[in-house]
Design a protein around this ligand. Structure first.
Ligand code: ATP
Ligand code: MG
Ligand code: MG
Length: 290
């Protein structure tokens, strides 16, 4: 599960969180105004730090170091991207042709313990997906689940999937796990932007800029970016998009250089980041030109 959260102040000045999806307890109000805390992962912290001095700086939340709470739990403090929006609409798109690391596959294969929780998750989405043996055991292997999941959504083909959408004041929806077809994805994007062409143009321009910065970025050249999202945010006045979630982003070994555009073959570490970004750019272009 992923989380799509909304941190805003109510009229009484209380901090209001609307958690749309995900690990409850991962996020907390920041120590500083306009910042949030996310449970610390050392790998993500390292990325946040590097990104502050990279060309991609303006496309990621500002990073303000780590903090510990009363219970000794550690967090990274980062800019709350929603802070400057009024009643924002939010869309989380997970980028890449896969959302697990090669090392996750290796690990899950080395220690093949079938899991009941993954079995439950699978049949909740598709009651016919499990094999007879899996149905008997009511458990499945993690690599099997991971690969099955990517084929359900647009991840494999489009290099991104919509994880969740929250429309201003509207209900949030996370029923996107099975949206696979390009036309369906586009339809959800159109609904998300409420069919506004000016809004689509703002998003498109920002995505095009992001693409060109990616090609020059040292960080982008040296990392495998898995499970990271583009967070689309707009309100009545403004639309913009940022990169978030670097928990599964990894520094590449010296001998591996990614194109970010070639399909993934195990061992290549290709993440398909630019496949997803290019498809998003095309989708916005089509929306504008239609
Ligand atoms: P997962 O790995 O399951 O996707 P996670 O625990 O790593 O989840 P993130 O994906 O980083 O968490 O963030 C979850 C949600 O929290 C995002 O979809 C977004 O709605 C919100 N969020 C994350 N970072 C920010 C931020 N800097 N500003 C505003 N909202 C944020
Ligand atoms: Mg995420
Ligand atoms: Mg994450």
């Amino acid at each position: 599960v992923t989380a799509l959260l909304k941190f805003t102040r109510t009229k009484q000045g209380q901090y209001e969180w609307i958690q749309l999806v995900g690990h409850p307890g991962t996020f907390k109000e920041g120590l500083h105004e306009g910042y949030v805390l996310k449970a610390l992962s050392e790998k993500e912290r390292r990325c946040c730090e590097l990104l502050q001095n990279d060309l991609l700086k303006d496309f990621v939340p500002k990073y303000n170091g780590t903090v510990a709470d009363e219970e000794g739990k550690h967090y990274i403090e980062m800019e709350d991207l929603l802070a400057s929006f009024k009643e924002p609409c939010i869309m989380d798109c997970k980028i890449g042709v896969r959302t697990y690391l090669e090392e996750d596959l290796d690990t899950s294969e080395r220690d093949p313990e079938p899991r009941a929780d993954l079995y439950e998750k699978m049949i909740a989405i598709d009651s016919t997906a499990a094999t007879e043996k899996e149905n008997e055991e009511k458990k499945i292997l993690k690599p099997r689940y991971m690969m099955w999941r990517e084929s359900l959504s647009s991840t494999e083909e489009l290099g991104f999937r919509i994880e969740a959408i929250k429309k201003s004041r509207g209900l949030m929806s996370k029923e996107f796990q099975r949206i696979k077809k390009r036309d369906d994805v586009q339809q959800h994007v159109i609904e998300f932007i409420a069919n506004s062409i000016p809004r689509a143009i703002q998003y498109l321009n920002r995505l095009i800029e992001l693409r060109s910065i990616c090609l020059q970025s040292k960080f982008f050249q040296t990392h495998e970016i898995i499970g990271s999202s583009l967070l689309f945010i707009h309100d009545a006045n403004r639309a913009s998009v940022w990169m978030i979630d670097f928990g599964k982003t990894r520094l590449l070994p010296d001998n591996i250089h990614l194109t970010h555009t070639q399909p993934w073959i195990r061992g290549t570490h290709e993440d398909g980041y630019l496949i997803g970004l290019d498809n998003l750019i095309l989708i916005f272009k089509e929306i504008i030109n239609d």
